[in-house]
Design a protein around this ligand. Structure first.
Ligand code: ADP
Ligand code: MG
Length: 266
């Protein structure tokens, strides 16, 4: 990426509706959702469980076709997956039969070939130096997620789509992962869409927090996080952080309540 290159990784979601129809059940997961994400922006998508967060992400990733509406990335309609849009899930997608290095090199190998030393350098940046020849099963959960992040970075994506990537980790490991992610993001100018149901995580990480409505998912509220970077754990206790958290929580509570009522009514 050169300094003068035009920014890449802008996402335009325009009137996105996704209806699942298993056995004629007709589940409206997302309805008429509009969202614009700037190139190189860090956006957190926050919402109660079942509100359609993963559905939105899968449409951006190109794993799912919208029922209505479009997802446009850098002016082009998304019609399928692309390594420029890298995806991380809560459960890593590492191949258990490949070593960590082989996992990291797999994506580039499938395309233009492996650059000597690149996997090692990404792995060492993720704190995985010395684990190149280990298998995923030999690594802790936190290390596996770092390897997963390394696998993603090896593809040099414009956009990182992260679906609750740290929610299975313990609090301390989660904090370390958040810091790593921010470092990588600040340095490499990538767009990040980070899905979480953790209000503090969303505010700590993001430039903007987009809060979704209960299903069918739409945009309920958008919070600009006007807390300077670099942020540290000390920011978590400031008045501004508390204010933003309270605001997000009150919106979330309302939507979670609606979701619960929907379930009970169903
Ligand atoms: P979230 O990620 O916010 O928890 P999802 O996008 O996974 O929400 O799901 C939104 C809604 O769509 C939920 O009610 C879920 O049960 C439903 N849903 C998700 N995937 C499918 C599917 N493949 N078939 C039918 N319904 C689905
Ligand atoms: Mg989900």
């Amino acid at each position: 990426m050169t300094a003068n290159a035009e920014k890449t990784g802008a996402i335009d979601i325009d009137g996105l509706t996704k209806i699942y129809d298993p056995d004629g059940e007709h589940v409206v997961a997302v309805e008429d959702l509009d969202l614009h994400i700037e190139a190189e922006e860090f956006v957190a998508l926050l919402g109660p469980s079942g509100c359609g967060k993963s559905t939105v992400m899968d449409c951006i990733a190109g794993y799912l076709d919208p029922t209505e509406g479009d997802v446009i990335v850098d002016g082009e309609r998304v019609t399928g997956p692309d390594p420029k849009r890298g995806v991380v899930f809560q459960e890593n997608r590492l191949f258990p039969w490949k070593t960590i290095q082989e996992n990291v090199e797999f994506g580039p190998q499938m395309r233009d070939g492996v650059e000597e030393g690149r996997a090692q350098s990404i792995l060492s940046e993720m704190g995985l130096e010395g684990f190149e020849d280990a298998y995923p099963s030999g690594l802790s959960g936190g290390m596996q997620q770092r390897a997963e992040l390394a696998r993603l970075l090896a593809n040099d994506p414009d956009i990182m789509l992260m679906d609750e990537p740290f929610s299975a980790l313990d609090a301390l490991t989660k904090e370390i992962m958040q810091e790593r992610l921010i470092e990588v993001w600040e340095r490499d100018n990538r767009t990040v869409l980070f899905i979480t149901h953790d209000v503090e995580e969303a505010i700590f990480l993001a430039d903007r927090v987009v809060i979704m409505t209960a299903r069918p998912g739409g945009v309920k509220d958008v919070i600009d996080v006007d807390i300077d970077r670099p942020r540290s754990s000390e920011d978590l206790t400031t008045d501004r952080f508390t204010e933003l958290r309270e605001r997000a929580l009150s919106v979330i509570r309302e939507e979670a309540q609606r979701a619960l009522e929907q379930e009970e009514g169903a």
